[in-house]
Design a protein around this ligand. Structure first.
Ligand code: 4AD
Ligand code: MG
Length: 469
């Protein structure tokens, strides 16, 4: 039996394979002079050059899938170190070249959009396969980080009765016949109204208050009608939760965690990043501002300096001052108590501090019920991490561990306390200070890969009006 290798294995250890007989399989990326094939199998951005011993009788097209048995030789060409001299070639399936030919190499902005209508074929393109490989490596190193730091991976339920974040719509799930006029949910599958969860935090808190350090990594669902380049209706979130942790420790953890991921990817995904960097330069940097950063510079910026830490109240003062100095005119006016809009976040990160920013101590009126109230009675121990271009990537807080105060917050925010009896219970059985945060996985992948639209970093995006595949 001739041994099968991935193209990555062959190219990574080229010298070792010279004069060896190997088997490779993949899809044709180009076919020139009737004897030169470049083959890709998804294992790497790089292609393997194949030299046919004689011209093929049938015309083969880009995208055709083949098996080749041949001998690895040192390449005469300068582009590659090794090539495969084919002894035998088998064609698995022909392909309509039209679609793939246009988009396989470096799709432009508008063709990325078009590619979304062919999500099932996107995996064949250079750009999307780069993004998917990097997505994998980020997920892997997230598990590694937590494992190395004594966290336990917790699987929280996807089906829930409560809305952890309190705001925004949830997707309801039911097995009832919705054509009926009146629906009695006590007769539904779970004998109550249920939804797809927006966050695993509340359950993660209960686990942290026994296991110490836990994290979740799973899909969450939000039915808000946000048609932006940073919102998905189904996205992946990582939520660490730690007992005996105060807000500052939580912030330290979040910064260390983000830096670890960026370092890991710069170390492990150089080839894919280089491809994306070229793409980024072509379609982003040159157009907007001449001094805008390359993808590498943007990633290195994360590692170079400590993130700027600043309270919400200070942020409002800065934004107000900047507007008065006429350095900027915001669409939404600056009032203490308002939600920071994307334009404010962008100004703060891209123009004012020019490094990632951590904003803490937000007004309680714009944050969820579970955040710990500060002594001023007006602000909560919340923190958001803002990155260049994409804005908020992490949202977290120290949790309210005092039973009476938590109960009052639940009432004040019109949250149904009956659904949360089990959550409240944790404050009656050895309550402790604890903290956690949620990292938007897809937004992070967007930041690392420099993709403009979050829909281009997830295999099958779910957004308003869109769930085809
Ligand atoms: O700020 P959020 O809503 O926080 C929570 O859900 C908390 N329960 C987290 C916690 O403390 N355990 O969401 C966390 C992050 C955001 O910072 C953002 O990066 C991402 O999730 N996110 C989205 N990503 C894509 N599409 C959406 N619609 C998103 N909404 C939030
Ligand atoms: Mg948030």
């Amino acid at each position: 039996m001739i041994k099968k290798y991935s193209i990555k294995e062959l190219l990574d250890r080229g010298k070792f394979f010279i004069n060896k007989k190997v088997l490779v399989e993949g899809w044709i990326r180009s076919f020139r002079y009737s004897i030169f094939i470049t083959l890709n199998d998804g294992s790497t951005i790089k292609n393997l050059q194949i030299i046919l011993s004689k011209k093929l009788e049938k015309k083969i097209t880009i995208g055709t899938s083949i098996k080749v048995i041949g001998i690895i030789k040192k390449s005469i060409g300068k582009k590659q170190y090794i090539e495969l001299q084919s002894l035998n070639i088998t064609i698995y399936g022909y392909s309509d070249p039209y679609f793939l030919q246009k988009s396989i190499l470096q799709p432009k902005k508008h063709s990325l959009e078009k590619l979304r209508s062919q999500s099932h074929l996107r995996f064949r393109t250079s750009i999307f396969s780069c993004v998917m490989r990097i997505r994998h490596h980020i997920a892997f190193c997230i598990h590694q980080y937590f494992h190395e730091n004594g966290f336990f991976y917790l699987h929280t339920p996807i089906i829930t009765t409560s809305n952890c974040e309190g705001s925004g719509e949830m997707f309801q799930i039911t097995t009832m016949d919705l054509k009926k006029n009146s629906i009695d949910y006590t007769k539904d599958f779970f004998k109550r109204k249920t939804y797809l969860s927006v966050s695993g935090q509340l359950e993660a808190e209960t686990a942290a208050l026994g296991l110490g350090k836990v994290y979740t990594f799973g899909p969450v669902f939000r039915a808000e009608n946000s048609n932006t380049s940073r919102h998905l209706s189904e996205f992946w979130m990582i939520e660490p939760e730690i007992a005996f942790y105060h807000l500052e420790e939580n912030i330290n953890l979040a910064e260390d965690f983000l830096k670890y991921i960026i370092k890991y990817i710069l170390d492990k995904s150089m080839e894919d990043l280089s491809f994306l960097n070229e793409n980024f330069k072509k379609y982003k940097c040159s157009k907007k501002e001449t001094n805008s950063l390359s993808l590498f510079e943007r990633l290195e910026l994360i590692l170079k300096f400590p993130f700027k830490r600043i309270s919400y109240t200070e942020v409002i003062k800065i934004l107000d001052k900047e507007e008065k100095k006429q350095n900027i005119k915001f669409f939404h006016s600056i009032i203490w108590g308002m939600n920071l809009q994307s334009e404010h976040e962008q100004y703060l990160v891209n123009k004012y501090f020019k490094i990632p920013v951590i904003v803490f101590d937000y007004p309680s009126c714009i944050k969820a019920f579970y955040m710990r109230i500060n002594n001023d009675g007006k602000t909560v121990k919340a923190m958001d991490i803002l990155l260049p271009e994409i804005g908020e990537v992490i949202g977290g807080s120290q949790r309210e561990e005092r039973y009476e105060i938590l109960l009052q917050r639940i009432k004040d925010t019109n949250t149904d306390k009956n659904k949360l009896w089990w959550y409240l219970d944790t404050r009656r059985f050895g309550s402790v200070p604890h903290s956690g945060f949620g990292l938007g996985f897809d937004r992070l992948v967007q930041f690392v890969t420099g993709m403009n639209n979050i829909r281009d970093v997830i295999p099958y995006p779910r957004t308003p009006n869109n769930a085809e595949f």
